[in-house]
Design a protein around this ligand. Structure first.
Ligand code: AMP
Ligand code: MG
Length: 400
């Protein structure tokens, strides 16, 4: 019985245990998923903040018509606020300084001349109260929720955590991945190769896709289609890794031994085979310690599509990341598909003259034809046929 890709993804999510939490130094958190709420440590900004280099004045004096002032002192960012002695004086202030007591307005330096400690305003100035001052608490109030657990940490979020005074934040720990190729025909890049052999490319593709998403605990191994070797090494990898991503050996051939060996090691099969093209032989199981084991079909297009469609989203959910809205896109031209299977169609995202994105189909010759993937951005997931999807048909887009 084949299950749909949606049912397969739901089954994976239901089985995958959540990843543990660790406190990491802030500088090592980009790309991670926040697992605590972060609240404002103070008001933002924490004081009435000078926004321009210039002079701080009592605005009422300028409104009275006063044009000439004595410079009482200079106050830089980082200095405690001074107090204005009288309305006929000003305090020179720099951007980022705390507004001096007794002043309520900043005149930028292009609106006055300063000569021997005396300021003369040149031309009209804007002397409304709190001009060029950012009021305390204007951006946010002490104690308000700034970042919620589940947020993916990019540059702005890291800045916010730093501004909240946190040296370390609680994030999901990354799983230890083991990426395993299987197949007697496979030869490592850099090694001599015979006419009947194939380069071991899937492992590199899988590792690249994981690294591109910030996962860096990634090891790899290569196994022959031999029961004893598969059994020994998979049992070792199950003991030391949380996520195993195998490629090859899950189809119907005599040497497709992966499902059988995994089950003999106590990995419970959750599903085998999904109603999709490519990638129908996809296998998924859960190890005795909750390890996630993905058996991806070995054809390179299938491997990469199954990784991006199933493995990576599942890991992101297991990290507690708030589910990002799926990207959707219209087909740039009609596509025909004959089979009662979901159809993963590689596409190039093209922008039309009005700036709208369209998915331009790049069907592959076979699921082994990864040369057709050159220049593609990802693939769309089309519902089962037989059907002709019209131009403009909107489908979820998965980027490589
Ligand atoms: P399998 O799923 O083991 O039946 O493999 C299907 C096809 O994918 C075969 O033609 C394999 O040679 C090819 N293949 C399997 N693993 C890899 C790999 N790591 N790199 C490139 N091709 C592979
Ligand atoms: Mg094989």
């Amino acid at each position: 019985m084949l299950i749909t890709p949606q049912a397969a993804a739901a089954a994976i999510d239901a089985e995958l245990p959540g990843l543990p939490i660790e406190a990491r130094p802030l500088s090592q958190c980009v790309g991670g998923t926040l697992r605590e709420n972060i609240y404002a440590e103070r008001d933002y900004p924490p004081f009435d903040r000078v926004c321009m280099d210039g002079i701080a004045i009592a605005s009422e004096a300028a409104r009275r018509g006063l044009r000439r002032f004595a410079v009482q002192a200079t106050q830089a960012a980082g200095a405690p606020p001074l107090t204005l002695a009288n309305a006929e004086s000003v305090i020179e202030v720099m951007t980022g300084a705390s507004l001096p007591w007794g002043t309520d307005c900043v005149i930028p330096l292009e609106h006055y001349v300063l000569d021997q400690g005396v300021v003369m305003l040149t031309g009209p100035v804007n002397d409304t109260p709190f001009r060029n001052v950012q009021r305390r608490g204007e951006d946010g109030r002490h104690g308000t929720l700034m970042l919620e657990a589940g947020t993916l940490l990019g540059a702005p979020e890291i800045a916010i955590a730093a501004s909240a005074g946190l040296a370390r934040v609680r994030v999901s720990s990354q799983p230890a991945f083991m990426v395993i190729s299987t197949g007697d025909e496979l030869v490592e890049p850099g090694e001599p190769i015979a006419g009947h052999q194939i380069r071991r490319s899937n492992t590199y593709a899988v590792i690249a896709a994981l690294r591109a998403r910030g996962f860096d605990r990634v090891s790899n191994d290569h196994l022959l289609d031999e029961e004893a070797m598969l059994s020994d090494r998979l049992s070792l990898h199950l003991a030391t890794h949380e996520v195993l991503i195998l490629s090859g050996g899950v189809s119907m051939g005599r040497f497709d031994l992966v499902p059988k060996v995994l089950q003999s090691l106590g990995v419970r099969q959750v599903f085998h085979r999904v109603a999709q093209r490519p990638g129908k032989p996809l296998w998924f199981g859960i190890g005795p310690r909750g390890q996630a084991v993905f058996g991806l079909p070995g054809n390179p297009v299938s491997t990469l599509i199954c990784l991006v469609r199933f493995v990576i989203p599942a890991i992101i959910i297991a990290m507690g990341t708030r589910r990002p809205a799926a990207e959707r896109i219209g087909l740039a031209k009609s596509v025909h598909f004959d089979l009662p299977l979901a159809y993963f169609l590689p596409v190039v995202v093209q922008i039309d003259e009005w700036g709208r994105p369209w998915a331009s189909p790049r069907p592959t010759n076979t699921s082994g034809d990864f040369l057709s993937l050159i220049g593609t951005d990802g693939f769309v997931e089309l519902p089962p046929g037989p059907v002709t999807y019209p131009k403009g048909f909107v489908a979820p887009l998965y980027r490589w």
